[in-house]
Each structure stands twice: as C-alpha cells, then as structure tokens.
Design a protein around this ligand. Structure first.
Ligand SMILES: NC(=O)c1ccc[n+]([C@@H]2O[C@H](COP(=O)([O-])OP(=O)(O)OC[C@H]3O[C@@H](n4cnc5c(N)ncnc54)[C@H](OP(=O)(O)O)[C@@H]3O)[C@@H](O)[C@H]2O)c1
Length: 232
C-alpha cells in the first residue's frame, strides 16, 4: 500500500491540552502560531481533520493568503489543498465551514456506519467525494492508499483532533509532529490532548526525535520526527 508523508500540527498548553473541557473553538494561540499554521498548510497537498474538529473549530482548511497561493502555484500546486474530513458516521452538521468555501475538492472518508441518506445528500454537494473505507472505523492505511494513488497526495497535513491523531498513530502512519507549546494551563481530565484513543501499552510506545525548536515570543515551536518502534 502507498501512503503520503503525514504531518500533524497542533497547539498545546503547558499541561498538554489542546482545548478546554468545553471543547470550544481553539482561538487561544498567538498570531504567530496562526500564521505558521497557514504557512505549513500551504506546503501540503491535502489537509485532514476529524469530524469534531471540523464542527467545533469552524475551520475552512483553505489558504486565506494570496501570496501563499502564488507560492503554491509556482510549485505547481493548486491554490488550496484538498480538504478531507474523517467521520465514522457522518453525523456532522451540513453547515460546517468547510462547505462554505468551494475552493478545492472535499473528500469525506467514512465507514459503513454512516446512513446512506446522509451519504447521498453529501455526494450531491459540489466537488464532494465520499469514500466508505471501513466497517466500524475508517481504515487508515486504505484511506492513505486512496489519497496517494487516486489523488496523488504526497504531503498530508493532519490538523487534529486527538481521536484522528490516535487513528493515524495507531496505524503507524505519522512521520512528523509539529507542536506549538503555549504558556497556558487548561487542566481538566476530559479536556482533549494531542493524542487520545486507547493509547499504546508500554512495549509499543512511540519515540520521536526533536528536529527543530524555535522560540518566538512566549511560545515554543517544536518539530519532531517519529522514530521507528522502540524495542521496549
Ligand atoms: N489545539 C489545536 O491545535 C487543536 C487542533 C484541532 C482540534 N483541537 C480540539 O480538539 C477537539 C476535537 O478533538 P476530538 O479528539 O474530540 O475529535 P476529532 O479527532 O477532531 O474528531 C473525532 C471524530 O473524527 C472521526 N474519526 C476520527 N478517526 C476516525 C476513524 N479512524 N474512523 C472513523 N471516524 C474517525 C469520528 O467521527 P464521527 O463521530 O463522526 O464518527 C470521531 O468522533 C476540539 O475541542 C478542538 O477544539 C485543537
């Protein structure tokens, strides 16, 4: 099976949270963080989010900056990356922001749990492509294979949240993690972190290597490469 190079980008508090317990929109980082996120997005062939992030964060997954769009054009890329939503049951609202701007194809990866009527409705939207890729959950390797082969995606940016990140890590499909460490504390046992899900047992934990650390203002911008499975 083929797959693209997969990067994760998220902002995190000192206590490892990516949102408060209310799971409201994540507008709590600096303008520098937001700018860097868009710049990273502009390097990707495709951007992916989990269904809850697509709903709560009101993200368009597009490139709002004309200069960055021109830079993409010089590299032979379309102005905006492909936009991907992962949802097992497609219960997200039809009013999510991704649908508001028809700037690039929208790919929805779902499972056989999704009601056919909802899939039919989504498929009628302009430039929206539905893939049923799994029984209960979306089969991550199958999804990445479709992205690499059918859509020629070489570089995929995953912008959260924790459940999607877990699915990617559990499939061994994450190559790079970009984290903005923000000097804030949210607390809350149920507040989301960078990676959620069942978690790895001790003999399966993943290691990473720090490639870069930039300090800008009060934030640290960290870039890690995932290392092969630890021997325990
Ligand atoms: N700080 C940051 O940088 C940042 C970035 C992004 C998000 N966030 C925060 O993170 C929170 C959202 O994270 P989250 O963990 O709750 O949700 P999430 O990962 O955004 O979305 C979870 C949903 O994605 C779908 N999904 C993920 N993996 C799947 C798989 N393998 N198969 C089928 N469906 C799959 C499921 O959708 P269905 O339920 O529809 O089946 C699941 O409920 C929000 O509070 C948001 O603000 C923070």
């Amino acid at each position: 099976m083929k797959r693209p190079y997969v990067l994760i980008n998220m902002a995190m508090t000192l206590d490892g949270k990516t949102s408060t317990v209310e799971r409201r929109p994540t507008d709590w980082t600096s303008p520098t963080d937001k700018r860097r996120m868009i710049e990273l997005r502009a390097t990707a062939d495709a951007v992916m989010v989990g269904a809850r992030t697509a709903e709560t964060d009101r993200t368009s997954l597009s490139i709002p900056d004309a200069a960055l769009q021109r830079r993409r054009a010089r590299r032979g890329l379309p102005p905006h990356p492909l936009r991907i939503i992962v949802s097992g049951n497609c219960s997200f609202r039809d009013t999510i922001r991704v649908f508001e701007r028809p700037v690039s194809p929208i790919l929805i990866f779902t499972s056989r749990r999704a009601p056919q009527a909802k899939l039919d409705r989504l498929a009628r939207r302009p430039d929206t492509h539905i893939y049923v890729a799994g029984g209960r959950d979306v089969d991550v390797p199958a999804m990445l294979d479709i992205l690499a082969r059918e859509w020629k995606v070489k570089r995929l940016l995953a912008e959260g949240g924790a459940a999607l990140n877990w699915a990617l890590f559990a499939a061994g499909a994450v190559d790079e993690v970009n984290v903005t460490l923000c000097p804030r504390v949210f607390g809350g046992a149920t507040a989301p972190t960078l990676v959620d899900g069942a978690g790895f047992l001790r003999d399966r934990i993943l290691d990473a290597k720090l490639l870069r650390c930039d300090r800008i203002g009060q934030e640290l911008f960290l870039r890690y490469r995932r290392l092969p499975l630890s021997s325990g």
